[in-house]
Design a binder for this molecule. Sequence first.
Ligand code: HEM
Length: 471
Amino acid sequence: MAVTSLSPTIPGPYAPLGWRGQALAFLRDPIALMSALRRDYGNLAAILHDYPWWLFAFGPTYNQHVLSDAALFHSTPIAPLTTPPNSALARLTNNLLTMNGETHRQQRRLMLPAFHRKRVESYRDDMVALTEAMLAGWHLGQQLDVARAMQHLTLCIASRTLFGVDATSDTSSVGTLIHDWMAALESGGVLLLPKDLPATPFRRLLRLSDQLEARITTMIAQKRADPTAQHDVLAMLLAARDEDGTALSDEELIGQASVIFIAGHETSSNALTWTLFLLAQHPRILADIQSELAGVLRGGAPTLEQLGRLPLLERVIKESMRLLPPATFMMRYTTRPTQLGPYQLPIGATVTISPYITHHSPDLYPLPERFNPARWETIAPGTYEYLPFGAGPHMCLGSTFAMLEIKIVLAILLQRYQLALRPGARIDRNVKITMSPRQGMPMVVQLPGTALLRAEVRGNIREMVELRSSG
Ligand code: HEM
């Protein structure tokens, strides 16, 4: 029997201001809202009980239910916008993350070879060179915003390896343009007033989209003109062919080029920033990782073979992405009426699931707020219990790339320097498509092995991570 309305018995808070009020509460602080829902209502809660229905489903069982059935639970647009048809914005946001069904399967199949381990490993030298170049500009005692530094580094790595362009000096590079475009896409002004009116943030987003599309189109033309000289991911996508010889069209290339950058740049930079923050708060773990790195690498940059011999580095990264996953939530919507747990959902219901809430579940991870890389010596969580890279058909295409990049950057950086949080720093989360520190990550560059400068940390980071008092 077809179900046409959402069961009113699904628990959840009253929404006096309707969808706008609920959307604002979510956008202001998704972690606060999701944590409160989990605490007050359990694993299933609704914040809107009528069109547009909006539910939250927490924990491994619902993660699996929602993420594994991509025919029933479709991906939602990156930002909930009505994009003008035939616009650059529409083409840029039509990509793997937002595609569904056979189109998604076919496009993902075409893109897979570019992210194959062997292919990704060929970017090792670029990753090393760009990390070395960044560190060459650092000096002992320097104060810097590590969030910005990591953003710039991953932007340079992404520009070089994904598009074959140099972003180290070129401020008008495609990397910078994508960065500005993403900031505009995520801005509250665009979400609240998605109208093409003079002087609105939405008009600016449309302009940036035109510029970005023009840049990507030029790059595609240049690579087509000289296909043999290219070694980057975009060049691979240009050459990709299905079994029946089908290639990605220019329009598809524009969308897919933007998605690998959207999905691959801020996620990695936030994973690096949060890991460096956690190490600065845990001197014993930092000392252990420094001695592991020194023992295996003896001051040098890691080879691919050596990267496999750094088990603590691997555990530190895994634990960091458990505690502070860059992607804290994912959204899907129902394509037909269905049952979720004891409740009936109508077609078009939005369902939010959360790696963050799952990773902070005490039954899966005892003392979940504690940064404890050693827990990975004895646990092997399932696909839907630990999902920093998502799970199911939309699972991250760049996870091998990301792990290689994060390991290389940390291995080189932590042998040369250690980073301490600047005394008095306030660390609050800023959760948009990814989670970053709202006020940046102010740190001081120190020599490895010296006493870590430590001070009381303020801010809502303390709700997410157990931090000992200074000392
Ligand atoms: C620490 C770094 C990263 C994290 C935490 C991360 C996380 C994720 C997550 C959670 C998803 C699934 C989204 C969903 O189901 O709605 C995803 C998808 C994706 N990621 Fe990543 N990602 C990272 C790095 C990268 C990198 C470096 C690349 C590319 C170079 C990349 C490319 C992609 C692509 C193309 C998708 C879409 C896959 C699809 O829809 O089929 N990611 N990522």
